[in-house]
Design a protein around this ligand. Structure first.
Ligand code: AMP
Length: 180
């Protein structure tokens, strides 16, 4: 028998669109804009993202640029937490701290406002998708640099064949809705 949660996740899966060869040849881009457009999947996605973190005393959701801002904000509201953005270099107006991470060829970096986290804050890192885990791992470093505690990670999608989970903090609660 299919339970409610399984059919809900199947419904979400039907609202993810594969765009081949975007942004470059060989990449299958997982497009979540249909999830946002449909009011039922918009609501269901935010409910399912929040569920495992209810009653976990989350202070802040840290959302990763830019698709992590979309459901990161609804997640923060559902958990009665605040929201803090992590952005690409030179986008945040205030004083920042940054972390650099490895790409297949070269490096990339991300930044957070230096005053955005108070020591001891309980933080959940959110993005739309985890691939290699490089971005989430750099985000973990930034949160910890500012004295925050990463208690969890939240993703709508995981590309399991890229093994990103091994780059996340051990012992943290990980919620991924759909695995590919
Ligand atoms: P990574 O740091 O390798 O885990 O990459 C994660 C980031 O890249 C996220 O912000 C995703 O939105 C984006 N990303 C990577 N691969 C894809 C993909 N196939 N479809 C959509 N977004 C992707």
């Amino acid at each position: 028998m299919i339970n409610f949660e399984e059919s809900a996740l199947n419904f979400l899966r039907q609202n993810i669109r594969d765009i081949p060869d975007f942004p470059k040849p060989g990449i299958i881009f997982k497009d979540i804009t249909p999830l946002l457009k449909n009011p039922d999947t918009l609501n269901l996605t935010s409910r399912l993202l929040a569920k495992p973190f209810l009653n976990k005393n989350v202070d802040l959701i840290v959302g990763l640029e830019s698709r992590g801002f979309l459901f990161g904000t609804t997640l923060a509201m559902d958990l009665h937490a605040g929201f803090v953005p992590i952005r690409k270099p030179n986008k945040l107006p205030g004083e920042t701290v940054s972390a650099t991470y490895q790409l297949e060829y070269g490096t990339d970096s991300v930044e957070i406002h230096a005053d955005s986290i108070i020591k001891g804050n309980r933080v959940v890192i959110h993005d739309d998708l985890i691939a290699t885990g490089g971005t989430a791992s750099a985000a973990t470093k930034l949160v910890e640099k500012l004295g925050g505690e990463v208690i969890g990670y939240s993703f709508i999608l995981e590309l399991t064949f890229l093994g990103g989970m091994k780059n996340l903090k051990e012992g943290a609660l990980i919620n991924t809705l759909l695995k590919y």
